[in-house]
Design a binder for this molecule. Structure first.
Ligand SMILES: Nc1nc2c(c(=O)[nH]1)N[C@H]1C(S)=C(S)[C@@H](COP(=O)(O)OP(=O)(O)OC[C@H]3O[C@@H](n4cnc5c(=O)[nH]c(N)nc54)[C@H](O)[C@@H]3O)O[C@H]1N2
Ligand SMILES: Nc1nc2c(c(=O)[nH]1)N[C@H]1C(S)=C(S)[C@@H](COP(=O)(O)OP(=O)(O)OC[C@H]3O[C@@H](n4cnc5c(=O)[nH]c(N)nc54)[C@H](O)[C@@H]3O)O[C@H]1N2
Ligand code: SF4
Ligand SMILES: [Mo]
Length: 700
């Protein structure tokens, strides 16, 4: 029996992982949610998505029975769990028998708990024996992860807790709209300003976040690399380099310095559209502060040069002596609920648990031992997320998808959708019938956040216990149960290695991660329930106390020094031209989450943000004869989308913006460019060339 009192747990959505209490309702009424004041990150505050999260738990909007596509009607029809699981096992086994192990693909997500992400990676590697696994985090912060690993030897989004932000002197926030994407975190910036600190926001749009800034720079999309190099140029020219820090704590300065010196302020102004005096003002604010931070989010990261771009921002932080010093440094604001933990425990194409490399013989031996298999059976690295989606129906014939909705969220989505349709077999585990699940041969209805226990690692690297607060409806099973049942059918000898109790999975994950970069071995469920459940920061080896602040003594590189990135500016993969004269950039609105699969099912959120829109500047609108609310058509080399125009002076006149939360005619990803960053394999969601026109249907 579950009790009827409040259970302290965490939000199902973003990487803040706000603390909340969930209370089952009296019979006939749904459960209720309220912010948990004792949890330090949000101190009781929740955004509208968190407040309304209980709505998705109700059985009216969710799946409670498995669905199997009927050969007779071609439609999805309800089935028993036995039938559905048998069909999935058959679909995967047939692909493997006909085309080899790599014909089975697995696609995961950053909303999965650590335990699920770990089990999914293990399932792919030893049950299916496939190298073809990756996940939606590749679309998220992978460029910052790659740059952070290169520079510091370790990728933990924030190397310090959020509580340090109000105590620093200056924050440069690059391409984050956290007023909409993490509303309770705005408090940290307000406190910063109340303490006399400065906020610089870099965004082509004057967002709600930019409105809070002391200085807002609005560069052209895709030009952050030049902007960061221009700032570094001025830091050198004005003699503001922290020479002692550079000498003692870094490597590679000379190359990075000469690359930056080639980026003259006037050249940077031409490339970015940011005037030299503004560039100087930013450098002044940043270097005058005793302590300062650079924080990046998706703006600079979701570019085909995202890794170099983040590298350039890290260079600026290093040259001024910030990383690994108190109340200072570089951090990336990770996005998904378990965007941090989801990238550590083996659902990535090249990775084993503990942030280990699949190509490292010692890592393979360690993990194989924990898994009770020969290291030889572990496949090598596979394809990145977009490349995997692009290979569906050709090399990869069957796909198991858990916790992503690529029909809406992947770049060049019409093409991705056609690749998905060309699969021999698709199985989707989800809580709702997402646009991708609609295409599946089998849909498995799974439990949600409040109905199951598991750990999440928030954007600070804080490992949290998200507790079960409610009994799931009959008819649904957990993702862990699904993996166990599939193993029982495909490789019965391995079934014991797939327990369904999250604590048991976590204890194995601890052993698998021991000695790795993301070492969780000292974290236990008991420890996570102590006190107010404020969590434990990794790395945390056995017997250690957790690490809220990284790099204070040394970086995680071999010699303990941070590494500068010798980077130069280059244009986006697609720049505007005569045919497609505008920049199109994409992002989020406060009331919808990601592909919208969950939040589009919540009435109050839909009321606040019912449909896609196209943001454009009044001058551009006037030139094209477009008025507020007119239906407009946006065209790129990938296709076209239509949505109402939202005319606003808050955007650059050469740029249009669309949120990506909707399928159908307003789907932003019909337009986006899948050009990939060479290192992180991140697609260029934040910039492509487009044109816009008043739709002929307008006013009809
Ligand atoms: N409401 C809501 N909150 C969310 C989510 C959601 O879907 N909805 N998703 C969660 C997830 S997974 C993530 S990753 C985070 C994302 O959080 P954010 O990174 O804050 O979100 P975005 O809106 O994608 O992008 C941020 C800003 O980048 C700007 N931008 C566009 N192009 C460029 C550029 O070239 N350079 C710069 N400097 N800026 C640019 C956009 O104008 C936008 O304001 O949010 C998390 N929180
Ligand atoms: N144009 C454009 N496109 C973008 C972006 C952008 O800025 N612009 N941002 C990108 C980014 S940062 C991200 S993170 C992606 C996200 O995009 P998606 O990968 O599509 O993420 P979600 O919409 O969160 O999809 C998660 C799905 O998993 C289900 N789900 C939730 N929890 C669980 C669970 O525990 N188990 C299972 N089995 N299912 C679950 C949800 O119901 C939902 O259907 O979108 C990317 N796409
Ligand atoms: S900010 Fe993020 S974690 Fe907090 S309530 Fe909103 S969606 Fe949930
Ligand atoms: Mo994300």
């Amino acid at each position: 029996m579950l009790n009827t009192t409040a259970t302290p747990t965490h939000c199902p959505y973003c990487a803040l992982q706000c603390g909340m209490n969930v209370t089952p309702g009296p019979s006939g009424e749904g459960p209720s949610v309220e912010g948990r004041t004792e949890f330090p990150v949000n101190q009781g505050a929740l955004c509208g998505k968190g407040q309304s999260a209980a709505a998705v738990l109700s059985s009216r909007v969710r799946l409670t029975e498995p669905l199997v596509r009927s050969p007779a009607t071609g439609r999805l029809e309800t089935a028993t769990w036995e039938e559905a699981l048998d069909r999935v096992a058959e679909g995967l086994a047939r692909a493997r028998a006909g085309h080899g192990a790599d014909a089975c693909g697995v696609f995961g997500g950053g909303s999965l708990t650590n335990e699920k992400a770990y089990a999914l990676g293990k399932f792919a590697r030893i049950v299916l024996g496939t190298s073809q696994i990756d996940y939606n985090g590749r679309f998220c912060m992978s460029s910052a992860a790659a740059a952070g690993q290169k520079a510091f030897g370790l990728d933990r989004g924030l190397p310090f807790p959020l509580e340090d932000i109000p105590k620093t002197g200056c924050v440069v926030l690059v391409g984050s709209n956290l007023a909409e994407t993490m509303p309770p975190a705005l408090r940290y910036l307000s406190e910063l300003k109340a303490n006399g600190g400065k906020l610089i926001v870099i965004d082509p749009r004057r967002t709600r976040t930019a409105e809070q800034a002391d200085l807002h720079l609005a560069p052209r999309p895709g030009t952050d690399l030049a902007l960061a190099l221009g700032m570094l140029h001025l830091v050198v020219a004005e003699g503001r380099v922290d020479e002692e820090y550079v000498r003692e704590r870094t490597r590679g300065w000379e190359e990075a310095r000469s690359a930056a010196m080639a980026h003259w302020p006037e050249y940077v102004e031409r490339v970015t559209g940011v005037a030299v005096p503004q560039l100087r003002a930013a450098v002044g604010m940043f270097t005058d502060a005793e302590h300062a931070m650079v924080l990046t989010a998706r703006g600079p990261e979701q570019q085909s040069k995202g890794t170099d771009t983040v590298g350039a921002w890290i260079n600026l932080a290093l040259a001024t002596g910030r990383p690994g010093t108190p109340l200072s440094g570089y951090g990336c604001l990770t996005g998904q609920g378990n965007g941090q933990g989801g990238r550590e425990h083996g659902q990535k194409a090249d990775q084993l648990p503990g942030y280990r490399k699949l190509t490292d013989p010692a890592a393979r031996a360690h993990v194989a031992e924990v898994w009770g298999v020969d290291p030889e059976v572990l496949p090598g690295p596979g394809r990145s997320a977009y490349e995997l989606l692009d290979a569906l129906g050709s090399d990869v014939r069957a796909l198991l998808l858990m916790a992503s909705n690529p029909v809406v969220s992947a770049p060049r989505a019409a093409h991705v959708e056609s690749r998905i349709r060309s699969l021999d077999f698709l199985a989707v585990a989800d809580v709702v019938l997402s646009e991708t699940a609609e295409l599946a041969d089998v849909v498995l209805p799974v439990t949600q956040w409040a109905e199951e226990t598991g750990t999440m690692t928030n954007l600070e690297g804080r490992v949290l216990l998200r507790r079960r607060a409610l009994a799931p409806p009959t008819g649904v099973r957990t993702d862990l149960e699904v993996l166990q049942e599939l193993t029982a059918r495909l490789a019965p000898d391995l079934e014991k290695g797939f327990p369904t109790d999250a604590r048991e999975v976590f204890d194995e994950l601890r052993r698998a991660s021991a000695g790795g970069l993301a070492d969780y071995s000292g974290i236990s469920y008991d420890r996570l329930t102590e006190g107010e459940g404020e969590g434990v920061f990794w790395p945390c080896p056995v017997g250690a106390g957790g690490t809220p602040r990284l790099f204070l003594d040394r970086f995680a590189t071999e010699d303990g020094r941070a590494l500068f990135a010798p980077v130069s500016h280059r244009p986006a993969a697609e720049e505007p031209d005569a045919e497609y004269p505008l920049y199109l950039t994409t992002g989020r609105v406060v009331a919808q989450y990601q592909s919208g699969a969950q939040t589009r099912r919540v009435a109050e959120l839909n009321k606040a943000a019912p449909e896609a829109f196209v943001e454009l500047h009044p001058r551009l609108a006037a030139r094209l004869g477009i008025e507020q609310g007119d239906t407009v058509t946006v065209t790129s080399r990938r296709g076209r989308a239509t949505a109402p125009a939202r005319v606003t002076a808050a955007i650059r006149p050469d740029t249009i913006f669309m949120p990506f939360h909707w399928p159908g005619a307003g789907r932003a990803n019909t337009l986006t460019n899948p050009a990939l960053d060479p290192t992180s394999r991140m697609p260029e969601f934040k910039v492509c060339a487009a044109r816009v026109s008043k739709s002929s249907l307008s006013g009809a």
